[in-house]
Ligand binder design. Structure first.
Ligand SMILES: [Zn+2]
Length: 118
């Protein structure tokens, strides 16, 4: 057997070794993905702040206006999360946050006319 596994391992040891290597690789991948996400988040946060500064300067909006709008969006999201979708296949009502019917598995068609963020 030509592989990179330590010599003298039993089948059970080999399986444990493979599982620990897989877990280690997964942790490494998750760490890399987390670093990428943090970098993207920082970039979006920077762009968001710069855009807000432009809006304040050019449009005269205030932080109070922003907080009011954030609260409105929070309320809209609560309404969207509580809304229901009917399945085209079985007709059952599903939470709109689901992508497939919880009763039959059919893909749910979302109405994005009200908001592209739903
Ligand atoms: Zn269904």
């Amino acid at each position: 057997m030509n592989n990179n596994y330590p010599k003298g391992l039993t089948t059970k040891d080999l399986e444990s070794y493979k599982q620990s290597r897989t877990a280690s690789l997964d942790a490494g991948n998750n760490s890399s993905r987390l670093n990428i996400l943090e970098s993207q988040f920082d970039q979006l946060s920077l762009i968001n702040e710069a855009l807000w500064e432009i809006m304040k300067k050019d449009k005269g909006w205030t932080d109070k206006d922003l907080l009011k709008k954030v609260q409105e969006v929070v309320n809209l999201r609560v309404v969207r999360a509580q809304s229901k979708l009917s399945c085209n296949k079985c007709g059952m009502s599903n939470p709109s946050i689901k992508s497939s019917c919880i009763y039959c598995g059919n893909t749910l068609v979302k109405n994005t006319q009200n908001s592209p963020f739903s």
